[in-house]
Design a protein. Sequence first.
Length: 201
Amino acid sequence: MTHLSLDPLPNHAWRPSERHRTAEEPTLPAHRPSRLPGLERFNALPADEAERVLLACCGSCHWARRVAAHRPYPDLESLLAAADEAAYDLTPGDVAEALACESLTLLPDGAYSGAHTALSAAHAAYESRFGHVFVICLDDTPPAEYPDRVLAGIRSRLTNDPDEERSHTAEELRRLAKGRLTRSLPPTPSHDHGEQRSLLP
């Protein structure tokens, strides 16, 4: 049996204190075999190991089981579409489970102490209002702009009512999962050791 060495992905969930991971769908049409090396390995994994890979992208067990059950995928786009479909169906319990798996994204080097103070206060206010960690997808944001983007996001979302914020949070988890899958299963072999990071050996 293949054993995976999971490489944790950046997840852009911001919070003031560390949390620790706790650890029937419609049948989709059969897919043709994949031509993508990383995706071929993912398609061939035993179900429990495929789910473990997916849980590094979104901590909902229901989401991971659903996406793993629809393998094999012919290409990354098909996998992302299935991941999106499963994410749109997350229940409040699924969202809470996924949120419990999110961890702090560090501020970029050189962030001034005032940024830490402001973010800590904002996180405390958010968690006090909604009872869960704040998450936001920062895939389209340069690292230097993370503090301002997160602080602005918290402040704007503090005005949401709980149902509205639950929906917004689920959407951010969906975007986070999609970005992590994209980074973990590059569509072509690459000799660049820069930003591509794979969950597969």
